[in-house]
Design a protein around this ligand. Sequence first.
Ligand code: SAH
Ligand code: SF4
Ligand code: F3S
Length: 435
Amino acid sequence: MSETRKLFIKTYGCQMNVYDSERMAEALGGQGYVETDTPDDADMIVLNTCHIREKAAEKVYSELGRFRELKAAKPGLKIGVAGCVAQAEGEEIMRRQPLVDLVVGPQSYHKLPQLEARTRAGEKALDTDFPEEDKFDHLAARPKARRAPAAFLTVQEGCDKFCAFCVVPYTRGAEVSRPAERVMSEARDLVERGVREITLLGQNVNAYHGHDGGLAGLIRDLAGIDGLERIRFTTSHPNDMDDALIAAHGEVEKLMPYLHLPVQSGSDKVLKAMNRKHDAESYLRLIERIRAARPDILISGDFIVGFPGETEEDFRATMDLVSAVEYGQCYSFKYSPRPGTPAAERSHVDEATKDERLQRLQALLRSQQRVVQDRMVGQEVNVLFERAGRAAGQMVGKSDHLHSVFVEAEDVAIGDLRRVRIVESAANSLRAELV
Ligand code: SAH
Ligand code: SF4
Ligand code: F3S
């Protein structure tokens, strides 16, 4: 038997990175690695990175610098960089930061065991290829250990949309869908291990085409798995929200009433400059159709303020669109120029204006979010309990609408799906009683 080594993985960025980190840890499990939750006693550290905004990428370099002392104290410590920064800047990372032994991109992490072996032999290892083969076919079967009740499952990767601001098509490559039967077998496997809720992941998940019936067809098949109680998916592009998927929201009981549907801006001029290929009006009409199919659906979104060329009038159009939609949840960002993307070459909105617009937008989004959340008070909802709370006897879970819900109850266990009545709406959560 090989000796046990300790692996510390730190994950940045989106949910797909969370999923990838799990798969990387499993891949290195075959090399005798077990996960640890601190870098201090690790034999290998992997940063699974995000390149979406400038700050996210900078964090990687400052984080790496902090491992200098650890490495001096333990020369056998190996340091790896994975994820989207690795893909975009792998060679530069190797040059700039001699502490790094290993760089692996999001499409080649199935080769981690070989790459790790090379670092043990004293070499530096870099793999940022987009290989022909499907990495999932080359990863070992997933271990059988019991798991938390909610899990992510990647079904689609990459993006062909090329929004003018976005690095994802470059870091994750072209759109690829995993075949439905593979997804089904991974889902069954997760359910056998205690999972009751699965969130299907893709950079552009509703472009999924690994099933004849698209994402809607996959969701209907998944709904047939006994023991799987809840299905979610993220992230969707408005242009791929087809009739079948909208209908599924009305018909498939296990498909949860929550939809993340980023629009980025409410100005048609800005949307065009972003290469989004839809306008504000078509987005609003789409939301109406989705709400007609599932009236209680909670809509979530992403916004970018201060995109090159955005005027005060364009920004007001974004505020108007937000007012019209009434979001239950939103993420908003200042535009961040990314190397290699078309928008990075354009003339930029000044930082103070971006700051000021972000504050106005976030104030509006916060107030909407609160209105939607407060409306839950008095209602009965289902909650899947995921962890114990800080207070004694407190349990925390997620409602169908993805609100965090707290209850004080003796007889609730992690993994229980229970009916509760919401009694109070707090800053970012709801308090409830069992019914
Ligand atoms: N695939 C998803 C989004 C992936 S990135 C989609 O199509 O919506 C997540 C969010 O980050 C985006 O929706 C966008 O709002 C934001 N984002 C992406 N690139 C950005 C940039 N250069 N500057 C600021 N925010 C950005
Ligand atoms: Fe990026 Fe999403 Fe646009 Fe693709 S659709 S380029 S992932 S923002
Ligand atoms: Fe970041 Fe890559 Fe995800 S850039 S948001 S980790 S796809």
